[in-house]
Design a protein around this ligand. Sequence first.
Ligand SMILES: Nc1ncnc2c1ncn2[C@@H]1O[C@H](COP(=O)(O)OP(=O)(O)OP(=O)(O)O)[C@@H](O)[C@H]1O
Ligand SMILES: [Mg+2]
Length: 370
Amino acid sequence: MNYFPTYLALGNAFCNRKAELERIIYDLKGNSPILLISPRRYGKTSLALKGFEQIKWPYSHIDLYKALSEEDIERFILNGIGQLLGKLESAPKKLLQLASGFFASLQIKVVLEKAGIQLEFNQNRSSPKDMILKSLEKLHELAKKKKKHVILFFDEFQVVGEMMNNHTIEAAIREAAQKSTHVAYVFSGSNRHLMEQMFHDRKRPFYKLCDQIKLERIQAEEYEKYIQIAAQKTWNKKLSQKALEIIFELTELHSFYVNKLCSLLFQIDNAPTEKEVYSTWHQFVLENKSSVEKELDLLSMNQRRLLIFLATHKQSTELFSKKITQMINLTSSSVQRAIEPLIEKDYVFIDPKKFYRILDPLIKSVLEVV
Ligand SMILES: Nc1ncnc2c1ncn2[C@@H]1O[C@H](COP(=O)(O)OP(=O)(O)OP(=O)(O)O)[C@@H](O)[C@H]1O
Ligand SMILES: [Mg+2]
């Protein structure tokens, strides 16, 4: 088995997050919409899917990442509802009947294919926001009639906010979410900044709609238990405490990188030594160096300068002090101006000790290498 997926952590590959899961279940049962928020690749999607698996309500995962227009958003959402109908009714004929009835008043034709039902959109239908609102309301009525709870999971939801200036689709979804007792709404997105703009701005429709669940990094003790079980099964032997510590030090407990590094280490024939942990990470950093550098090229010179400083110096809180700004070779106000967008874009975060730190351990390692 793959203990360390670098895609979603499903089934047994999912580690801990017990408090977050409890809160998701509580919110779902309490009919409160949920917003999952964290920097990229911390485990939002995995967490949501785990929660749905536990509560055992039918759900639809509507990933809006590839939606490029209002019509795409409409299509993705309606197709998501179509999939959900497939989970409410598995017999093909009955499903076709159910879906045809459901979509008829929306002027949408339904055909049954191997992969489930497919929707055929009519050119002269109402506007996307009306179609979305109507279909969400209908879904609520249907679920209520069937005495079932269902979940709509809107992933990469920042796309909706990014595309439209007038927020009409956001308003339509909010309206449906507020009225619905049998459709639960869960929102997540990989662009933390855009998501916060949508959900925290009092002028936007989603202001104060959701219970917000913030994901932090998974704790070392939890990973330790999990990794040692995997080690025992793979090599009949535990990893040395020191090797484990180095894994945590290099990946800084960032979910994606813990899995990435471990998936490389677990391909080695014997339990890796400390040296092998370092060399595996180093190799990984070298392989990704040019793509990281390309990404960092998009930042301003001052932002890059600041990142390099943070990567190569043990942090103190006094980032804006004269001593430090002289070391960075920038004025205090330039440091201030450079740090804000870096935090906004999740390149830098402020840790519980109020230290400024690079968020992505790969970026940090690339910048550390001289
Ligand atoms: N609870 C967990 N236990 C172990 N690994 C996890 C856990 N949650 C996430 N991961 C791992 O972390 C990585 C990111 O997970 P996931 O895609 O769920 O995060 P995300 O926050 O939705 O990412 P994105 O911001 O790109 O949408 C994956 O490699 C996944 O396997
Ligand atoms: Mg995700």
